[in-house]
Design a binder for this molecule. Structure first.
Ligand code: HEC
Ligand code: HEC
Ligand code: HEC
Ligand code: HEC
Ligand code: HEC
Length: 225
């Protein structure tokens, strides 16, 4: 009898304590979820915005339009010189044959002709794949000797209608294309990133230099000046 009484007396008390415990537990979980969400937003949305400044190219360039013109292909603008060096971003010389005068009514073309062609000023293109000064890279080794295509390192820029926004890392000054668009470092496609490890990974796979050589001092000078 007394046991039952005790039980019935204690029951509400225990229940209230449980309620309080549940309330506290709920609040902690709620705070945790909010905290997690806030740090994810800071980490994934705010931090990259603060870390990278967005820059527009001086002139937008439409690859798809130009490649649709007769006799235009990648080599019309990005070609190898006789000594094997790569022309890289095109100079005015690659454009002047068609743009000595304004052809259409596109604002980008008008600006291009008036501010660059007619003044003989080269366009200061921003290079997405620009590596630090200490890195040595050779297109002829990869494209000619290695038989690689442009897409495997650069993605689909060559087929695009607009040049992507250029994102500059405010700390290192390097382009975001080097360290990748994913803050956590995930890489889906071969062109998502161009860090040292990405170069070395392919070199190891292709047997460019033995893996053991890449970790020695001489190995560094394959890619470094
Ligand atoms: C009529 C000239 C022209 C043709 C043809 C052309 N491009 Fe371009 N390309 C440009 C210009 C201008 C840029 C802007 C400069 C830059 O970003 O380096 C550019 C930029 C690029 C870039 C960006 C390089 C970087 O890191 O900044 C890639 C990659 C590229 N082109 C690939 C191609 C491929 C592949 C083709 C053929 C399918 C092609 N291009 C055909 C003019 C041309
Ligand atoms: C074979 C001829 C040819 C060459 C070479 C050429 N263009 Fe063009 N470009 C054209 C034509 C045609 C148009 C379309 C003009 C129009 O009707 O608006 C055009 C359009 C453009 C536009 C406006 C595109 C738009 O979508 O708004 C720009 C900017 C431009 N060209 C820049 C360049 C640059 C920079 C180079 C050199 C790297 C170059 N072009 C080389 C023929 C050429
Ligand atoms: C193995 C990877 C790889 C391949 C394949 C490759 N590139 Fe590049 N490309 C790079 C790297 C890395 C840079 C930056 C080089 C530097 O900063 O010294 C670059 C730079 C460039 C630039 C800018 C150069 C400048 O300084 O003006 C252009 C344009 C370009 N590549 C176009 C192409 C085209 C077109 C092809 C195909 C014919 C191609 N690339 C194939 C990795 C590659
Ligand atoms: C997708 C594979 C791949 C990627 C990515 C790659 N490479 Fe290579 N690289 C090769 C191959 C294959 C060769 C050897 C080509 C040959 O001579 O047959 C090579 C050769 C080289 C050479 C030697 C050139 C010479 O003159 O002997 C240098 C330097 C080099 N790569 C630098 C780089 C750098 C820097 C990067 C990153 C920005 C890079 N590579 C990314 C595959 C790759
Ligand atoms: C397969 C090519 C390759 C090899 C081999 C290589 N590196 Fe690099 N390294 C790169 C590239 C590309 C970068 C620029 C991108 C980055 O920072 O990841 C770089 C960047 C660096 C940087 C940072 C420089 C800066 O300005 O931010 C250092 C330091 C460095 N490498 C040291 C080394 C040392 C030490 C070795 C030898 C153990 C070595 N690397 C071997 C390609 C290579």
């Amino acid at each position: 009898m007394s046991t039952a009484d005790d039980a019935s007396k204690h029951a509400p008390g225990t229940g209230a304590a449980d309620d309080r415990a549940d309330g506290a537990g709920g609040a902690i979980i709620f705070a945790f979820v909010i905290g997690l969400a806030a740090s994810l937003i800071v980490g994934w949305v705010v931090f990259p915005k603060l870390l990278y400044s967005q820059k527009r190219q001086p002139i937008d360039f439409n690859h798809a339009l130009h490649l649709g013109l007769e006799d235009q292909n990648c080599e019309s603008c990005h070609f190898f010189r006789e000594d094997g060096s790569f022309s890289g971003a095109p100079a005015l010389a690659q454009c002047i044959g068609c743009h000595a005068e304004v052809q259409g009514d596109s604002p980008d073309e008008i600006r291009f002709v008036e501010e660059y062609v007619q003044k003989g000023r080269e366009v200061p293109w921003l290079i997405y794949s620009r590596q630090p000064q200490c890195v040595y890279f050779s297109h002829v080794a990869h494209v000619r000797a290695g038989g690689m295509d442009c897409v495997s390192c650069h993605g689909h820029i060559g087929e695009s209608e607009r040049l992507p926004v250029y994102e500059e890392n405010r700390i290192s000054g390097y382009s975001r294309n080097l360290w990748g668009h994913n803050i956590a470092g995930f890489k889906k496609d071969s062109w998502d990133r161009m860090k040292m490890d990405d170069c070395a990974e392919c070199h190891a796979r292709e047997g460019v230099t033995q893996a053991s050589v890449q970790t020695t001092k001489e190995g560094c000078f394959v890619c470094h000046k």
